[in-house]
Ligand binder design. Sequence first.
Ligand SMILES: [Zn+2]
Length: 215
Amino acid sequence: MLVALFGNPCLTYPNLPMNSSPEELAVLAERMYEGTLRYYGGLGLAAPQVGINKRLFIVDFNSLNLIPPLTAWKSDIAHLVPPVSPNIEVFLNSEIIEHSEDTEEMEEGCLSFPELWLPIRRYKYIVLNYNNLLGIECVLDTRNYPEGSMLARVIQHEHDHTQGVLFLKRATKSQREKRLYILRMYRELYRNKWRQLPPTVITPDPLHVFANTGS
Ligand SMILES: [Zn+2]
C-alpha cells in the first residue's frame, strides 16, 4: 500500500471508528504490515497514512523485541484468530486513559515525512484502552514491557495519526521554525502525493470495504 505524504489531506481528515470483521481487519493489517511497514522498516503505521480514514493502527512489536499482546495469548484462541503476522498488534479505536507526569524527548521520524527527524517530547508511559483484532476490549500498560518508553512513544505517535495529529504538531515552535524551509518544500512537492513502492510491491487494492468515508 502506498503511504500518504505530508500535505495529503487524508492525513488530517477526521477518522471514524473501525468496526469491520476480524477477517477484513486481518487482510488490511497484513497488507499494511507486509506490503508497507516491513518494506520501510518502520515501527508503526496508521490507517489514515494509507488513505483509510479509520481509527486503526498497527505496531511491529517484533522490531521492538517484544511479543504483541494478541500473540501472547493466541495459543488458547488460535482457532479464532484470522491469519495475521505474529509480529504485530492491531489497535482499533484507541484511547489513552492514563499517562506519566514525566515526559522525555527523542528524535522521531514518520513514514509520511521522508528524511525528516524531529526531537519530540512524549509521555514516558501510557495506559491505552483499545479493541484488538477480534474486537475484544483490551488495556495495555507500557510499564509492563521492557523498554516500555519506546513502545509508549510509538503508540502515542500512531494514536495521534488516528486523531489526525501529525508529529510535527508535537515539535517545539523553534524546532519547526528551524525546518520551515524543508517543510514548505515538502508541502509543495508532496501535496496529494503518495510515497511510491517498487513496482513489485504495488498490487491492485481490492479493499473497497475500507474506502475513505472519513471526510
Ligand atoms: Zn507517522
